[in-house]
Ligand binder design. Structure first.
Ligand SMILES: NC(=O)c1ccc[n+]([C@@H]2O[C@H](COP(=O)([O-])OP(=O)(O)OC[C@H]3O[C@@H](n4cnc5c(N)ncnc54)[C@H](OP(=O)(O)O)[C@@H]3O)[C@@H](O)[C@H]2O)c1
Length: 252
């Protein structure tokens, strides 16, 4: 019998590493995926024998399928998938390199979609399992100055909500976690203007536990933190033109 595991993408830092720590604490067998092998091995050593390392660049063509074949070859079946790997880029669309923005779409959208499609048949057949997709509060509105990133997260939220509904009654739980700014390596990778981002940022621990609780309860959408909840909801009542101007003025 294949061993059930929790697969965490982007586990070498930030939210992914925190997901690994919290899932390890509750006793999950864990697969840690990212590009930086040294980081993953250090984390696996910290977590003990139940954490395993798989190095993959998920933005490359065919990476998701190769990863799933390797997981099967090692005798595991994915019980929980945490689609967490992702990055943002601060700057205007015209000025940012197209290559990096395409890479962002390949990771934040394509790899997440492919991994979900690859693990779902097994989960549906077993009538158990869970998929937690990491979106963002950026999913709720357009993001001038972070345009493609916010758009990728709008995709993640929309896709996840649809999947949640499609899988009602199947035994498979599907949730989107929508964090606001959180202290990880995200800001540095994105080239966000440090000071404002840092001032708004929450700790990773609470964000991750909100995500795991949301999945456990099969909530379609989990938004950690009161300010984030209010800002996500307020978008429904404010004129879109005003919301666009507010986000642009934040100069994230
Ligand atoms: N922090 C925030 O403010 C915030 C807010 C809302 C949503 N989020 C979302 O939360 C998720 C986690 O981000 P984070 O904040 O924890 O940022 P982070 O600390 O920069 O972590 C990102 C993770 O993604 C991995 N990754 C990047 N490119 C990859 C690739 N091509 N293939 C495989 N793995 C890759 C990185 O590992 P390697 O570099 O080793 O590959 C790293 O482990 C992302 O989806 C992000 O969009 C973050």
């Amino acid at each position: 019998m294949p061993k059930p595991v929790t697969l965490i993408t982007g586990a070498s830092s930030g939210l992914g590493a925190e997901f690994a720590r919290q899932c390890a604490r509750r006793g999950d067998e864990i697969l840690l995926v990212a590009r930086r092998q040294d980081r993953l091995e250090k984390l696996a050593a910290e977590l003990g024998g139940k954490a395993h390392v798989l190095v993959a660049d998920l933005a490359t063509t065919g990476a998701s399928a190769r990863l799933l074949s390797e997981i099967e070859r090692r005798g595991f079946s994915v019980e929980i998938l945490i689609n967490n790997a992702g990055f943002g880029l601060a700057g205007t669309f015209a000025e940012l390199p197209l290559e990096r923005q395409s890479e962002m779409i390949d990771l934040n959208i394509k790899a997440l979609t492919e991994l979900t499609h690859l693990v779902l048949p097994g989960m549906i057949a077993r009538r158990s399992g869970g998929i937690l997709n990491i979106a963002s509060t950026g999913a709720f509105q357009a993001g001038p100055g972070f345009g493609v990133y916010f758009a990728t997260k709008a995709y993640v939220l929309s896709f996840t909500e649809a999947l949640h509904q499609e899988l009602k009654g199947s035994g498979v739980r599907v949730s989107a976690l929508c964090p606001g700014p959180t202290r990880t390596e995200f800001g540095a990778v994105a080239g966000a203007r440090g000071e404002r981002f840092d001032r708004l940022a929450a700790g990773a621990g609470g964000v991750v536990s909100a995500g795991l609780k949301g999945l456990e309860a099969n909530r379609a959408v989990a938004i950690p933190g009161l300010t984030n909840k209010i800002s996500a909801q307020s978008n429904r009542f404010l004129p879109r033109a005003l919301v666009r101007r507010i986000v642009a003025a934040l100069k994230l």
